[in-house]
Design a protein. Structure first.
Length: 133
């Protein structure tokens, strides 16, 4: 029984991507479309009340993007840990399959550690630039 890991991995990634693309559809509705006919007025009319207006700081765009990316990397790492463990269990003593499964587990843990360190570095740099908000 040969498992096509790439096919299953891409299928697992396609489902959250589809859900996020459907659920994150922007709604463009101006409160009073005739109020401001300038370029800035057009931009502000398409912005919802929940959207942050700042790049840095609490609730800023950088913080939101880095948290979402850290979540995605964590989810992919956990999925790869499960796949590596499954491959280790079904290796049936084949030394090359065991080595491949161990490498999958090792690289997923290394990827998770690198992602956490990258998040810490980005957080440090942003807080240094903003002034420690």
């Amino acid at each position: 029984m040969k498992i096509n890991i790439k096919k299953h991995f891409l299928a697992l990634l396609a489902i959250p991507a589809f859900v996020l693309s459907v659920s994150a559809a922007p709604v463009f509705a101006a409160k009073d479309p005739a109020a401001d006919l300038t370029l800035r007025g057009g931009v502000n009319s398409s912005k919802s009340a929940e959207q942050p207006s700042s790049l840095f700081g609490q609730g800023g765009i950088f913080e939101t993007v880095s948290k979402v990316l850290l979540f995605v990397i964590g989810a992919v790492s956990v999925i790869m840990l499960i796949i590596g463990g499954f491959r280790y269990v079904v290796s049936q003593g084949d030394s090359s399959a065991v080595t491949s499964a161990k490498n999958t587990i090792l690289y997923s843990v290394i990827g998770l550690v690198v992602a956490i360190l990258a998040y810490a570095a980005v957080d440090f740099v942003v807080k240094s630039l903003v002034g420690g908000e």
